[in-house]
Design a protein around this ligand. Structure first.
Ligand code: PRP
Ligand code: MG
Length: 212
């Protein structure tokens, strides 16, 4: 019998809540996180621990069948991937921020400016919608440090509690989108796997109802 391959974030903010919801629906994983792949007890499921940014491509290619992932990551690089369930945890927003002391009143103030980000596609389309041309610097992490080291005039990154912005003397000036963890599905899914997914989704819905 085939198993449904579910990707979860290997480490980071989504990991713990992702494992918790799997547990809550009765999917128990034996081996620890040092394994990149784990079989579940009580369900025909395999869990793959992957880097957030790699998950959209794995879904597109059908390397994994489903994933628990931040909606923001799918918006950035997941076109064609279907979201079947919003999971209500790991809420955040993708924002543009500038140094506290900077003068800012509208998005047009970023014309010709340098923006550091891990979300180039998201920020690009937002700037385009507003007719603004800026220079993007793509960084994979610790984006908020960029203005302080003279690398950028603004940043675009995810904000959750706001503490990283605060610590780096930045202020949020634009909210591009809001995000939460979602259950996303590969476009390539056999009928057998779809049936497993349907069961999982049904259980998730019950768990989420119980959490309300
Ligand atoms: C994430 C994100 C922000 C921060 C937002 O970074 O890139 O920097 O969390 O959370 P907050 O508003 O609650 O402070 P993370 O700590 O995951 O590290 P990274 O950017 O180096 O990947
Ligand atoms: Mg960060």
């Amino acid at each position: 019998m085939s198993k449904l391959r579910i990707a979860v974030q290997k480490s980071g903010r989504l990991n713990e809540d992702s494992m918790q919801i799997l547990k809550d629906i009765g999917i128990y994983i034996d081996n620890g996180k040092d394994q990149l792949k784990a079989s579940a007890k009580g369900f025909p499921v395999e869990v793959f621990y992957l880097r957030n940014g790699d998950i959209p491509q794995y879904l597109k290619d059908g390397v994994v069948d489903a994933a628990i992932i931040g909606e923001n990551v799918l918006i950035e690089k997941g076109n064609g991937i279907t979201i079947v369930e919003k999971l209500g945890f790991s809420t955040c927003r993708v924002c543009i921020a500038v140094p506290k002391a900077a003068k800012y009143s509208k998005i047009q103030d970023l014309e010709g400016k340098r923006i550091a980000t891990s979300y180039p596609n998201t920020v690009k389309s937002y700037l385009e919608e507003n007719g603004v041309k800026a220079n993007l610097h793509i960084i994979n992490g610790s984006v908020e440090i960029a203005p302080n080291i003279g690398l950028a005039d603004a940043i675009c990154d995810i904000v959750s509690s706001g503490s990283t912005l605060f610590k780096n003397n930045l202020k949020e000036v634009e909210t591009i989108l809001k995000s939460e963890a979602v259950l996303a599905v590969s476009p390539i899914l056999s009928a057998e796997k779809q049936a497993i997914l349907d069961k999982i989704q049904f259980r998730i819905q019950s768990v989420l109802k119980g959490r309300q």
